[in-house]
Design a protein around this ligand. Structure first.
Ligand code: NAD
Length: 423
């Protein structure tokens, strides 16, 4: 099958190499020429385990990147994978979806062949039908029967993206026209996963509801953790006992400094905004966000309790990425904590195995270190912000600190002299 993928970010690039791995001929269309050049030279623009090897295998064979939309005309399916960030009022900013739809429509002008456009970006219910469809039809001057529209939400996790794409829990295909959904289903025929067929808007809602539920599990665990902390109970023992109930399951019950990343905060905010527009009061979702917003503040308050006034102190911050195995810092909890510490006059020595450069681009005025040991040297305290597996074995490095005050926002250390934000 010939496939075009619009947007070469985390979802678009991973989807492109995985679709190429499934045997399709893939054209990745990315507006940023710099990224195009990188990708065509076999260098991924993001860090994701296994991506470089898979990109090297397929690039210039059955995968090519370009900033030109012409390849859409000869494709069977075009997947839209552009960003849908938060607007200032919390709603999803659909400007990239709109401009991609216009470009796709323009490229399809004069086409005589049936073509399917599948939205993979996370979009509010109604977007594919009310935004993508009319823009594509208007620009292409084609009739609805020549183009199929599908919502095919993506559930991959950064850090495990290739694994998740190739071994998904389920593939959700929403369409209002059987033929379009069937064609997208065929694109995944090499994968062994249950296929869930829904209407267009239901598929859009599946993605929001999934992310909102996972975010709720995290905030729930954090609230239980905050209570446990006061009672000197280890919340990880508690959640282990809770998670073994098959109705609950053990995932996303790790208490800590809260969720970040490019999806949960923006998607829960967008769902809250959507509910408000519908005059529904999203009581639960608002609480989920409130608990999440308070966790970084709790961490800094705990630090102050342990070392007194923060002014002039040196604090090692281990972990900048929003989670392990990625260089992505979007909405990382480290950002809130670092900015708060800077305001309070703290000297920060930061270290992340992959995300130093990304963080430097938004917070340039702190020390970036080449190793955890360098960050810990002469520190008054240490905050562990990302669950990088390599932090697990840190031990004698803590001897370099001025005083061994170690607070974990994510539970990863194996040494027994650290304290957790809620344990
Ligand atoms: P991203 O910001 O990493 O990538 C988007 C890319 O699209 C950028 O490289 C940008 O330059 C490019 N782009 C923007 N407008 C374009 C246009 N008109 N034509 C061509 N390229 C264009 O975003 P992402 O993290 O890959 O997320 C993409 C979508 O997928 C979002 O809606 C997100 O919510 C959703 N999603 C993300 C994840 C994740 O883990 N990152 C997981 C599931 C779903």
């Amino acid at each position: 099958m010939r496939i075009s993928v619009i947007g070469g970010g985390y979802v678009g690039l991973v989807s492109s190499v995985c679709l190429a791995e499934l045997g399709h001929s893939v054209n990745l269309i990315e507006i940023d020429d710099g990224k195009v050049a990188y990708i065509n030279s076999g260098r991924p623009t993001i860090f994701e385990e296994g991506l470089e090897e898979m990109l090297a295998k397929h690039i210039n064979c059955n995968l090519k990147a370009s900033s030109d939309f012409n390849s859409v005309l000869v494709s069977d399916i075009t997947f839209i994978c552009v960003g849908t960030p938060s607007s200032s009022n919390g709603s999803a900013d659909l400007s990239m979806i709109k401009s991609a739809s216009i470009s796709i429509g323009y490229a399809l002008r004069g086409s005589e062949k049936y073509h399917v456009i599948a939205t993979k970006s996370t979009v509010p219910p109604g977007t594919t039908q009310d935004v993508v469809m009319p823009l594509v039809l208007k620009e292409s001057c084609l009739k609805k029967q020549n183009i199929g529209f599908v919502m095919n939400p993506e559930f991959l996790r950064e850090g495990r993206a290739i694994h998740d794409f190739m071994r998904p829990d389920r593939i959700v295909i929403g369409s209002d026209d059987r033929k379009a959904g069937d064609l997208v289903e065929t694109a995944y025929s090499g994968l062994n996963a249950p296929i869930v067929r829904t209407g267009l808007t239901a598929a859009e809602m599946v993605k929001y509801a999934s992310n909102a539920f996972l975010a709720t599990k995290i905030s729930f665990s954090n609230e239980i953790g905050n209570i446990c902390k006061k009672l000197s109970i280890d919340v990880y023992e508690v959640m282990n006992g809770v998670g073994l109930d098959h109705r609950i399951n053990p995932h996303f019950l790790n208490a800590g400094v809260g969720f970040g990343g490019s999806c949960f905060p923006k998607d829960v905010s967008a769902l809250i905004h959507l509910a408000e527009c519908l005059r529904e009061d999203p009581i639960l979702l608002r609480s989920v966000m409130k608990i999440n917003d308070l966790q970084p503040k709790r961490l800094v308050d705990l630090l102050e309790k342990r070392i007194g006034s923060l002014r002039g102190k040196r604090v090692a911050v281990l972990g900048l990425a929003f989670k392990d195995n990625t260089d992505d810092i979007r909405d990382s909890r480290s950002i809130n904590v670092i900015l708060d510490l800077i305001k309070r006059g703290v000297h920060i020595a930061a270290y992340d195995p992959k995300a130093n450069d990304s963080m430097h681009s938004i917070i340039p005025d702190i020390d970036y270190c080449h190793s955890a040991a360098e960050a810990l040297n002469a520190a008054d305290a240490c905050l562990v912000m990302t669950e990088w597996p390599q932090f697990n074995s840190l031990d004698k490095e803590f001897d370099l600190m001025k005083s061994r005050v170690i607070i974990e926002g994510r539970r990863i250390l194996s040494c027994n002299y650290s304290e957790g934000i809620c344990w």
